[in-house]
Design a protein around this ligand. Structure first.
Ligand code: BGC
Length: 776
């Protein structure tokens, strides 16, 4: 008690250079309060301060203030497609909209790390200017399965692409003097039962796939914070895994920021503190109590608590709120919208373009599909952004000089307005931790059936038809096969009807996919003349689509994932809850007691496959690592995307430097008729012998600048010897084998344009801890 009393008398005010002194002056209660956020939906300064002022309405949470020690609160806000705050405040006319940026998948499909950095610098500026300290982003779980409901927030099926794009994302945001929270660390690869699911992953796949992307983001992006996930890994909640949060993240990768939980609470608060989960968000008073009690009864070493408190103080002194930054509440939304329009077009992927159907001159167009008139800018859930507007595809085309068929437009607008009235706004997802009260985006309205006469009558009035197909998804649930991955019968009938009737008249049909994730394409892709995969590319969706259709932008996006022929071709489909399993029936405790009194034993409910646990039996067989190695047919391969121009690749050259790193150079020439950019991919096939490997793996990539016709550029891409390594789980070490490696330089994983090779004179290895092994 003597120490507590004397601590309470010391009143140093927090500065960058007196963290030890402040820590020493803190009471146990103050320490326990600082490591627990200020509560659900609570955007005020927390319980240890007199101030109850709401700091940034709509932010996801705060760290608490301790006025006595000059510790300010800090504000944590979602993420990742822009800042999510309330757009309106009570009693004010002023609005607080934020730019709706392209979702993570679009950023990855640009294959353009510098562009991502430029874009997220603008996003970071909104974080700063609206008074937040940390953006809860990027979301970067791997696309293990295309039906994961949050894939749109995430980048890719490949850890290198995901990691490099994430690192660029982090650098962009943090260049503004605010932080990020890289999430969800880790293995949060499905939404169904995300709070409790146990991801059971073989150690090699866990290292090479699901942690590799985070490793790159941490080493190269240096994020201020990391968010642990809700789920378990191999039997332990990630937020309570010392192996993960200390062994891997800090000891192996050198992370020196803070780890916070994802929004919720679990029983094992003390285990989380011990594991190195510094901050509980959004924070519950019971968590503070547990920590105090555990220190008092000796089950928690105060040194563990002090270590976490110190890290939080180190974080706080970096924040704009600590330095008293006077934010304007007035970022340049117009400039950011222009940037979004440009960047979005770089992440869209041209999947088909028969006979050069695109670009097309602005003319008379019959625009079909509800999402043409109610376009989707981004996903739902915490990843939704309250943006000032969505530029619908219909508007984008009209602004670009197209005349939209009024009869067709009218039918859809009537349907849209009717649905809008029925749905009236906010969309809440089942099982969403965020609960009510927040606008989390709108769901997709069902597509309507269109009579063939309507299509037929429109043909002679128009030069071409554009059909928009929309899909959206979000936090709290995974996607389904029927009517989501697959087209609905209404969509199929529309597509076949439009294609038949317009083609009979010699007119073109363009399909625009305004979707958040992979959809089935193999059965219908031969029907239209062109398919533009526009994704959900942010608030300027219509403008960006129009830019591509008219050729104002030349598409240069390429797929960051594989489009399979059938969903069930994907190995992880054998262990993914697309069929919506539920937890075994829970019998109320009083009935169990009653039954036991009567001498019956009620059997424990058994863990349900893909719900209580998910076995990652496919191991490394994720995406192209599987399809390419097996030479199995896909609808569109990883890395694929068309351009309005053509590129010729020179012969690649690979050179090994004395530090074992390899540089691969290749010249790329624009041999087509219009200016364009090309995303170049470097795949490496490891020498025979040693560990069994996928046929090849992406090890580097680059994108040319915009090349005029005839112009060329030489790209030089570097691969370190560590990046070549595979994880030997027996030896628990990363190993790069000696021998001759094949370098495959391509326009996609299936379109290899040139080969080179290099020789590693000697093998190299990097020991790693024996961590994250399945529980016995
Ligand atoms: C989501 C996180 C998000 C947090 C705060 C959680 O439900 O999983 O991604 O950052 O809520 O809104």
């Amino acid at each position: 008690m003597a120490t507590l009393a004397s601590a309470a008398f010391a009143q140093p005010k927090l500065r960058e250079d007196n963290i030890d002194e402040v820590l020493a002056a803190m009471t146990l209660e103050e320490k326990a309060t600082l490591v627990v956020g200020s509560g659900w939906g609570s955007m005020n300064a927390g319980s240890m301060t007199a101030s109850t002022k709401v700091l940034v309405p709509g932010a996801a949470g705060t760290t608490v203030a301790i006025d006595r020690l000059g510790i300010p609160p800090t504000v944590l806000s979602d993420g990742p497609a822009g800042l999510r705050i309330d757009p309106r405040r009570e009693g004010e006319d002023k609005t607080y909209f934020c730019t709706g940026f392209p979702v993570g998948t679009v950023l990855a499909c640009s294959w353009n790390a510098p562009l991502v950095e430029e874009l997220t610098a603008a996003m970071g500026n909104e974080v700063l200017e609206y008074g937040a300290d940390v953006l809860l982003a990027p979301g970067m779980n791997l696309h293990r399965n295309p039906l994961c409901g949050r894939n749109f927030e995430y980048f890719s099926e490949d850890p290198l692409l995901s990691g490099k794009i994430s690192a660029a994302y982090v650098r962009g945001i943090q260049s503004q003097g605010v932080g990020v929270s890289v999430k969800h660390f880790a293995f949060n690869d499905q939404e169904i039962n995300r709070m409790e699911n146990d991801a059971q992953i073989p150690v090699r796949a866990l290292r090479e796939l699901y942690l590799r992307n985070f490793e790159i983001a941490v080493r190269e992006g240096k994020p201020w914070t990391v968010m642990s996930s809700y789920n378990k890994v191999n039997g332990t909640y990630t937020q309570q895994s010392h192996d993960l949060l200390t062994g891997v993240l800090r000891d192996e990768w050198g992370f020196d920021g803070i780890v916070m939980t994802d929004w919720g609470t679990k029983d094992g608060t003390v285990a989380a503190v011990q594991a190195g989960n510094d901050l509980m968000e959004p924070g519950m008073p019971v968590e503070t109590k547990r920590i105090v009690a555990a220190v008092n009864d000796g089950s928690l070493d105060v040194a563990d608590l002090d270590r976490n408190v110190r890290r939080i103080l180190e974080y706080i002194v970096k924040t704009p709120r600590f330095s008293g930054y006077k934010y304007s509440d007035n970022p340049d939304l117009e400039a950011h919208a222009a940037l979004v329009r440009k960047a979005a077009a770089e992440g869209m992927v041209l999947l088909e373009n028969k006979g050069g159907a695109l670009p097309m001159a602005a003319g008379k167009v019959a625009l079909f599909g509800l999402n043409a008139y109610k376009s989707i800018a981004g996903g739902t859930g915490s990843g939704n952004v309250n943006k000032p507007y969505i530029r619908h595809i219909s508007e984008g085309l009209e602004n670009a000089g197209f005349t939209l068929d009024p009869v067709v437009a009218n039918i859809y607008k009537t349907w849209r307005d009717y649905q809008n009235a029925e749905d009236a706004g906010a969309h809440f997802l089942p099982g969403n931790a965020l609960g009510g009260g927040l606008t989390l985006g709108e769901g997709v309205m069902p597509e309507m059936a269109v009579r063939q006469e309507v299509i037929k009558n429109s043909v002679q009035r128009n030069d071409a038809a554009v059909v928009v197909i929309g899909r959206n998804a979000g936090e709290g649930d995974d996607r389904t096969l029927e009517g989501d991955f697959d087209l609905t019968s209404e969509e199929r009938n529309l597509l076949t009807g439009v294609c038949n009737l317009y083609h009979q008249a010699g007119k073109k049909v363009i399909v625009v996919l305004n979707v958040g994730g992979v959809v089935e394409t193999a059965s219908w892709k031969s029907l239209p003349d062109a398919i533009l995969l526009a994704w959900t590319p942010g608030q300027e969706v219509g403008a960006s689509v129009a830019d591509i259709l008219t050729g104002a932008s030349n598409p240069s996006g390429k797929l960051s994932m594989t489009f399979p022929v059938n969903y069930l071709d994907i190995p992880s489909s054998a262990n993914f809850p697309y069929y919506k399993p539920e937890h075994g029936q829970l019998i109320p405790a009083e009935y169990i007691a009653l039954a036991e009194e009567m001498g019956y034993k009620i059997p424990e409910p058994q863990p349900v496959k893909d719900y209580d646990y998910t076995a990652y039996e496919e191991g490394l067989n994720v995406g192209y690592r599987y399809f390419n190695t097996k030479n199995a047919e896909v609808s569109y391969p990883f890395g694929y995307g068309l351009s309005y121009t053509a590129f010729e690749y020179g012969k690649p050259v690979a050179k090994v430097a004395s530090d074992g790193s390899v540089s691969v150079s290749v010249s790329v020439r624009n041999v087509g008729g219009v200016a364009g950019k090309e995303a170049v991919q470097v795949y490496v096939a490891a020498p025979d012998g040693g560990l069994q490997k996928p046929a090849c793996e992406l090890k580097a990539f680059g994108k040319t600048r915009e090349l005029a016709p005839g112009e060329s550029e030489t790209l030089t891409m570097k691969v370190t010897s560590y990046e070549l390594a595979s994880f030997n789980s027996e030896a628990s070490e990363w190993q790069t084998a000696a021998g001759t490696y094949k370098v495959l330089v391509g326009a996609s994983v299936e379109d290899i344009r040139g080969e080179a090779s290099f020789k590693m004179a000697k093998a190299q290895s990097w020991p790693a801890g024996r961590l994250l092994l399945p529980k016995e």
